[in-house]
Design a protein around this ligand. Sequence first.
Ligand code: ZN
Length: 245
Amino acid sequence: MRKRLVYLLAAFVLVVSGTVTIAVVASPEAAADECFTWNRNLSQGASGADVTQLQIRVAGWAASGENISLDGAFGPATTNAVKRFQAGYGLGADGVAGPATFNKIYELQDGDCTPIHFAYSEFDDNCGANNFNGGKVSAATAKENIRRIMWQLEAMRKKMGDRPLNVTSAFRSVACNSSVGGSATSLHMYGQAADLGLSNPPQCTMWNSGKTAGFEELLGPGYPGHNDHVHVGNKASRFWSAPNC
Ligand code: ZN
């Protein structure tokens, strides 16, 4: 945020002195953000860590049943996800991530690179530990897995008309998972799943929305133990079940 203020100030000074302003405003660097800054336009064929960071942000804009891989290689699936992200936020949908797309992402994220409508505190150990320790992966990995889910949920929320989503359970330590009766192979122990409570969007609306948010594990009403929440998760193979939807 601090960097962004500096750039805004630079633009303002140029306006006052009457020199070229448009070049400054159009530069991707004009809206640097404290957690990550893209320094080049990205389009199909690009590769690198900045592509991976982009893929995390657009993973929730997948086609139905599609899972955007976070491989740092900008392929057709990433192009289409970027197009859907752009269209979803009223930007020109050309599939090229440039200043307008990056500025929208900067608007949508907090300083810790999580989306503005979600915080780690909603996703940490479900049994009150307030951390990501004791799962099946390192705390750092669990946290990174959760960040991906947050961006998928940010997309779901947007696509359902900016409806808030209530996260009732996400990362669980192994001990926590067994104390709440979770499956012995639960994705919650990897930070790869979240449960959404039923306070606002109808349960089947949420379950269906998860299909275009990149989730390969989706459990809802009619699936044993899932009549009071929707479970969304990331895994390699698909398992969608909600017999009552
Ligand atoms: Zn769950």
